[in-house]
Design a protein around this ligand. Structure first.
Ligand code: SAH
Length: 367
């Protein structure tokens, strides 16, 4: 018996695994993030300096403003509908939407057409979002699930949303591929390969040349979500912008990670108290969107996207109005968003469009 104090979710999972057998990485991730009682996103507010991690909208208002500029153009490409859904998936604190709406005001006709839909599984975060958006001059509705958003032409944004959706991991063994599972040894959670051999139909082509011991990641929940969004946009018209960290092409490797108080920790460390994510495979994600019937553009790096949306010009303008100390701060924030060493290259953007829309800037060949 270990003397280490477990989290309540850890005890719950240990009990469950002892009774019913090991659980897949996907089931583990699902429980850690979304368990109704103890899931990571279900209680507090994990963002910012006092929290566990900082996202781009929390770094600078320039991020949400740049996205607002992109959406204003997409709305024009849609033929300027008089009413449309502006949907955000997994909006966290609601900061991106607040910044985006402020930028939208420069085009009053665009701003007046907006009806905001915030989709978040976390009741605690929906409350935070309500506070952040209190007083905005547009109608805002909150939903737990995407299916609850009414049918209408739509613009959709998702920043660091897809990385939070649970993944499966499969491990190559001498005798074939195995599901990676969480089991219990001496009252502690451990990761191991399941004894059962998976059917080759479950192993994507790009993974088949892997060496023994290597891990490949599959994201059925992510793909289902992308297919559903693709179908929705195809049916109702519109576009979407997906920004996340990840790779442009599928590859073999383990990107499952846990972050707590701004540090990487083991994925089994304090279940329910650390943020679990994985890198987004943009190649697979694009295929799932296309399956839903939309065109996919990109990826572009976050750096290329933000600079094309006028980040440098916006920075110069904000600096002009700011006192000297704030100017240095603004420069650092912009740098964090676009420099290669920070978020600039690891983070990528793809656009999805209803096929009648054409290719939005900066996703064209010259973008
Ligand atoms: N976009 C925000 C927050 C990113 S964190 C930002 O950039 O700051 C991930 C967000 O997705 C959280 O708000 C979390 O509650 C939400 N989320 C995670 N899984 C979800 C799911 N399956 N359905 C809806 N929302 C989800």
């Amino acid at each position: 018996m270990s003397t280490k104090k477990h989290t309540p979710l850890e005890d719950k999972l240990i009990g469950q695994i002892k009774k019913d057998g090991p659980i897949s990485v996907e089931t583990y991730m699902n429980a850690c993030l979304g368990d109704a009682e103890y899931g990571y996103y279900m209680h507090g507010d994990p963002f910012g300096r006092g929290g566990d991690f900082t996202t781009a909208p929390e770094v600078s208002q320039m991020f949400g403003e740049a996205i607002g500029v992109w959406f204003a153009t997409a709305w024009q490409m849609m033929g300027k509908p008089k009413k449309f859904n502006l949907i955000e998936l997994g909006p966290g604190r609601g900061t991106l939407m607040a910044d985006l709406l402020r930028a939208a005001n420069v085009l009053p006709e665009f701003a007046e057409a907006i009806e905001v839909h915030m989709v978040d599984m976390s009741p605690a975060l929906r409350q935070v979002q309500g506070k952040t958006l209190d007083g905005v001059p547009v109608h805002v509705r909150f939903h737990q699930r995407f299916e609850q958003v009414p049918a209408a032409p739509s613009l959709i944004v998702a920043n660091e949303f897809f990385d939070a959706l649970p993944i499966r991991q499969i491990v190559k063994g001498e005798d074939g591929w195995h599901e990676r599972v969480v089991d219990v040894v001496d009252d502690e959670l451990v990761l191991r390969a399941s004894d059962d051999v998976l059917s080759m139909a479950e192993v994507p082509l790009w993974a088949r040349a892997a060496k023994v011991g290597e891990i490949a990641e599959l994201a059925p929940a992510r793909n289902d979500m992308a297919r559903q969004i693709g179908t929705f946009i195809r049916r109702n018209g519109g576009a979407g912008l997906i920004i996340d960290y990840g790779h442009a092409l599928s590859f073999v490797g383990d990107t499952f990670q846990a972050v707590r108080k701004h540090k990487f920790v083991d994925v089994l460390h304090r279940p329910g108290e650390s943020d679990l994510t994985s890198h987004v495979d943009f190649e697979e994600l694009a295929l799932a969107f296309k399956d839903g019937g939309v065109d996919v553009h990109g990826p572009r790096t976050q750096q290329a996207f933000l600079l094309a949306m006028g980040l440098q010009e916006r920075l110069d303008m904000l600096k002009k109005k700011a006192p000297a100390r704030a100017r240095i701060m603004l420069g650092k924030q912009a740098d964090r968003l676009v420099s290669e060493k920070q978020m600039g290259h690891l983070f990528k953007a793809i656009a999805i469009t209803d096929p009648s829309l054409g290719v939005p800037h900066p996703f064209g060949p010259a973008g």
